[in-house]
Design a binder for this molecule. Structure first.
Ligand code: IPM
Ligand code: MG
Length: 369
């Protein structure tokens, strides 16, 4: 039996509640002796600022580097709106992504059959939707320098963000896109803004060249990122894998989330390059934020975080069967009519975070009995 070292970073707001549901799943797998999960829990984001004055301590970062996988909740909230920019809660997450070199962010948007009515789009457009947004996560506008606000001689201010991409950064994310597409429907859309941005021009060239060399069996399309945003709501099922830079990926993945019914449904995996043993550093997190307005009220949808744990089973622990069963348990629970407030529909039963977690766990117990 394999032993896995897991670092849980619940963070702030609803992150704490949704992570508690994953802890119950971990206890279940440990009891079932499917694998042995050794769990450490630590602070990140606002919670870490309150205790240590920084959103991510060096000790926590070191633990993350040692772990087989990190499970992350969410960070931020109005309480920390006025902390200095350098130590804002989000900086903790960005430092983790950067220091662990988690360049490949997988954000699958799947519309569960039972939720086809919960989307703001008409049923026929989203029913059966299964697309994957692959977001470059360690480069581009998020990390490019200079990044500053300076005061000019005339007293006016000038803000600068810098978007940078190198050949290597684009090539490695393109390779992940082609690999993933081969296990799916074999189609990749590469989204950029080559009509206005130099990084878009290089992105387009490198993806094209990488496809020529390593893209056998994969159909490649180039699409302007703004058109991609429009096509996502016009006809989302035309897509299979969408690969894009850090900033476009942030935006397009929130948009894709709504196709599935709610931002509370979208999981994600952030992966690094494989090491000499073929293992990748990995962090799993829901795409949603800390939702301070509903935090601590047992209202949050835990599915994105539970499904993120499912991605950890799949990509970090090689427990593909268990990952499939967990997805099935989520799907069955929704089919039974249980809904958290964010995906509530007429004639369904509204439940809280812990009831949803319990129902999924019970379903999993049934499926694995
Ligand atoms: C996301 C979030 C983060 C991002 C924030 C919290 C820094 O929106 O993971 O999509 O912009 O990457
Ligand atoms: Mg985002």
């Amino acid at each position: 039996m394999s032993t896995f070292n897991l670092l849980l970073l619940p963070g702030d707001g609803i992150g704490v509640e949704v992570m508690a549901e994953v802890e119950r799943l971990l206890a279940f797998f440990n009891k079932k002796s499917k694998a042995k999960f050794e769990v450490t829990t630590d602070l990140v984001g606002g919670a870490a600022i309150d205790k240590y004055g920084t959103p991510l301590t060096d000790e926590t970062l070191a633990k993350a580097k040692q772990a087989d996988a990190v499970l992350f909740g969410s960070v931020g909230g109005p309480k920390w709106d006025n902390v200095p920019y350098e130590i804002r809660p989000e900086a903790g997450l960005l430092r983790l992504r950067r220091e662990l070199d988690l360049f490949a962010n997988l954000r699958p948007a799947i519309c569960y059959p039972a939720l086809a009515e919960a989307s703001t789009l008409k049923r026929e457009y989203v029913e059966g939707l299964d697309i994957l947004i692959l977001r470059e996560l360690t480069g581009g506008t998020y990390f490019g320098e200079p990044k500053e606000i300076v005061t000019l001689e005339n007293g006016e201010k000038r803000a600068v963000d810098t978007t940078i991409y190198t050949t290597h950064e684009i090539e490695r994310i393109a390779l992940v896109a082609f690999d993933l597409a081969r296990k799916r429907k074999g189609k990749v859309h590469s989204a950029e803004k080559r009509n206005v941005m130099k990084t878009g021009v290089l992105w387009n060239q490198v993806v094209t060249e990488t496809h020529k060399k390593y893209g056998q069996g994969v159909e490649l399309h180039h699409i302007l990122a703004d058109n991609c945003a429009m096509q996502l709501v016009r006809n989302p099922k035309q897509f299979d894998v969408i690969v894009c830079d850090n900033l476009f990926g942030d935006i397009l993945s929130d948009e894709a989330a709504m196709l599935t019914g709610s931002l509370g449904m979208l999981p994600s995996a952030s992966l690094g390059a494989p090491d000499e043993n073929g293992r990748r550093k990995a962090l799993y997190e829901p795409v949603h934020g800390s939702a301070p307005d509903i935090a601590g009220q047992n209202k949050a949808n835990p599915i994105a975080t539970i499904a993120s744990f499912g991605m950890a089973l799949r990509y970090s622990f090689d427990m593909v069967r268990e990952a499939d069963l967990l997805d099935q348990a989520i799907s069955n629970t929704l089919a039974r009519g249980l809904r958290t407030a964010d995906i509530m529909q007429p004639n369904m039963r509204e439940v809280g975070t812990s009831e949803m977690g319990s129902a999924i766990l019970e379903e999993l117990e049934r499926l694995t009995a």
